[in-house]
Design a protein around this ligand. Structure first.
Ligand code: HEM
Ligand SMILES: *[C@@H]1O[C@H](CO)[C@@H](O)[C@H](O)[C@H]1NC(C)=O
Ligand SMILES: *[C@@H]1O[C@H](CO)[C@@H](O)[C@H](O)[C@H]1NC(C)=O
Length: 325
């Protein structure tokens, strides 16, 4: 495999398509990789089994599960608050602007939870399921692997207001400086931010999230813009989907960074990473070397998974990920 080659090439999406197996260790004060070794030894196997079946059935599900973990962690920490349905005492995060008609994968998490409750009731948190499902999704789509840190507990509340804040979940209309501010405030370096945004090498976006870019912006390849207009007309088709990385939408590779250098980022926020600013050089580096992207991505996701977890006696282990016990 030539590293200077455009993207990672795989014959089979589900075969292990990277020559270097990247297993990273990360130490955390509170979480540990072997948290369920005694209390639920089959936990990781069970999650991987459900997730890989779901991704085989629908490739996009891998992207959707990765995004769930992100939207969980960036709103008051990785506490599975994103999974809670609305109740009489709070309005949950599912209805937030960035989530409504957009987040998916809740059924897959429910399937995992049901299976785990039958083999080790009350043990494995929904927040940990999200973190493991994100890793297993990336692996299923040909990306790097890492040792997920475990021991998070689940929140007993959720906040629509917090999920609606662009300081938590950034908007695709944001410029680079504002995106950097969001990630800096969450404790990430600009380099880690670029690696995390590489998640947009898989999955899809609705027309309404990139329409303004296609019709109004100049930092976009002209024929790329034209090609997007068919499926995303100027008024109708808000929910029509387009791949975030059209060259390899179901492969976790560095195709995203190749697109940015060609001015073919789908979202305004994506193209901001390669728009003559401070992140151009990092985009070029990840474009040139997918291994460094994989290593940095895995480390950055591990760090994301450490955002304010509930541990000890805080929170609970939900029986049903959609409801407080
Ligand atoms: C500036 C930061 C970010 C912005 C503005 C952003 C915005 C978006 C938007 C608008 C979509 C399409 C949603 C829709 O059409 O309903 C999307 C999809 C997605 N995002 Fe992000 N995102 C950001 C960062 C991230 C990060 C850090 C991750 C993961 C760690 C991530 C993972 C994904 C994935 C995997 C999808 C595809 C989901 C699917 O196909 O179901 N994004 N993002
Ligand atoms: C293009 O920009 C104008 C001015 O900001 C705006 O009114 C219009 O809705 C935009 N067009 C699209 C397709 O987003
Ligand atoms: C949405 O996409 C479908 C399938 O590509 C297409 O047939 C339909 O015309 C699109 N909707 C609009 C309003 O263009």
């Amino acid at each position: 495999m030539a590293i200077e080659h455009s993207s990672v090439k795989c014959s089979f999406v589900y075969s292990s398509c990277f020559l270097v197996l990247l297993v990273l260790n990360f130490s955390s004060a509170q979480l540990s990789a072997n948290f369920y070794a005694k209390t639920c030894p089959k936990a990781l196997y069970t999650i991987r089994n459900v997730v890989s079946n779901a991704v085989v059935k629908e490739h996009r599900m891998g992207a959707s599960l990765l995004r769930l973990h992100f939207h969980d962690c960036f709103v008051n920490g990785c506490d599975a608050s994103v999974l809670l349905d609305d109740t009489s005492s709070f309005t949950g995060e599912k209805g937030a602007g960035a989530n409504v008609n957009s987040l998916r994968g809740f059924d897959v998490i429910d399937t995992v939870k049901t299976q785990l409750e039958s083999i080790c009731p009350g043990v494995v948190s929904c927040a940990d399921i999200l973190a493991v499902a994100a890793r297993d999704s990336v692996v299923a789509l040909g990306g790097p692997t890492w040792n997920v840190q475990l021991g998070r507990r689940d929140s007993t509340t959720a906040s629509l207001d917090d999920a609606n804040k662009v300081a938590n979940i950034p908007s695709p209309a944001m410029d680079l400086s504002d995106i950097i501010t969001v990630f800096t405030n969450k404790g990430f370096t600009t380099k880690e931010m670029v690696a995390l945004l590489g998640s947009h090498t898989i999955g899809q976006a609705r027309c309404l999230t990139f329409r303004n870019r296609v019709y109004n912006e100049t930092l976009i390849d002209a024929s790329f813009a034209t090609s997007l207009k068919t499926n995303c007309p100027i008024t109708l088709g808000d929910d029509n989907l387009t791949a975030l990385d059209a060259s390899s939408p179901i492969l976790f590779d560095n195709g995203y960074f190749h697109n940015l250098v060609k001015n073919e980022g789908l979202l305004h926020s994506d193209q901001q990473l390669f728009s003559g600013g401070s992140t151009d050089s990092q985009v070029s580096a990840y474009r040139a070397n997918f291994i460094t992207f994989f290593v940095d991505f895995a480390n950055a996701i591990l760090k994301m998974g450490n955002l304010s977890p509930l541990t000890g006696n805080n929170g609970e282990i939900r029986t049903n990920c959609r409801k407080v016990n």
